[in-house]
Design a protein around this ligand. Sequence first.
Ligand code: SF4
Ligand code: ZN
Ligand code: ZN
Length: 339
Amino acid sequence: MGEGRRHHRVPRCKRCGQPAVIFMRQHRLALCETHYQEWFVNYTQRTIEKYHMFRPEHRILVAVSGGKDSLALWDVLTQLGYKADGLYIGLGIDEGTRYSELSLEAIRGFMAERPGLRLNIVDMKESYGETIPELARRTRRGRGKPCSVCGLSKRHIMNEVALREGYDVLATGHNLDDEAAVLFQNTLHWQTGYLARQSPVLEATHPGLVRKVKPFCRFYEREVAAYAIVRGIEYQYDECPFSVGATTIYYKELLNRLERQSPGSKFQFYTQFLNAKKKGLITFHEPEGEVVLRPCRICGQPTTAGEICAFCRMWVRPDMDPEEAKKVVPTLKLRVETS
Ligand code: SF4
Ligand code: ZN
Ligand code: ZN
């Protein structure tokens, strides 16, 4: 046997033969730094088209947290020539890690290298008088962890900014690892309502709701990280200090074990689910009686929670008269920064 065969072969780029920086088993594709960037951008465009996410004339609001996924998404959409503005929500999370401060710094650094970008900023403390941890401590929703209050506030604010500022669609940086973990969790518990709705595109089922899309849903997390690195994007590496012990992290770890045993299984699990749903091979129905959406009496956003939405209920007490109730919910203040 020749000497050479015993050496580990360095994967070569399929396009140009240079040493590859990444090998993607599910696509049987190895690529060098240059061709990986090109492929990543084109594959995003293919995902946008495959799921009819948006077209060049649409105005897109990208939810940016300062992490790799959202900054990479903003970078790709801009490269593809889309009209994409950012939205940053200052959560006021510090906990000794300066998490929120460093997030905004990362976004500003990203923008400084890309002239012509526009960032909408909503700061929790500035708009609502309380940071997320403070809101969580005051309201009973918190129960020690601010994630429920945080998720609720982010959904509310993203929707309000998108509609108020006339955006056609809200884009988030969710990747395949995120989507597969949610799918796994929902399947284990047969959450049929969630399974019915899990999709790369969430249509606006009410005029008060913005359409939501996930253009990175077919990329592994490591692929997005590799893209951010080869593009020199300096993102916020640290996760939110409250994410420790989150259930999705547990499901991600389980899926990672599966992936190590059987590479490509995460991709298969998620994409085959979408394909089967699209072909009508599996169907889920919303429970009888359908979910009824009514506008919240205070803010007007559609809610299933009755007269007042869960967000406004963080300020409104049940014994308040309607006029008083309207006054206690603070209004959102929007700042804009451009580069
Ligand atoms: Fe909010 Fe942090 Fe919880 Fe995520 S982990 S929902 S950012 S508090
Ligand atoms: Zn190459
Ligand atoms: Zn409301």
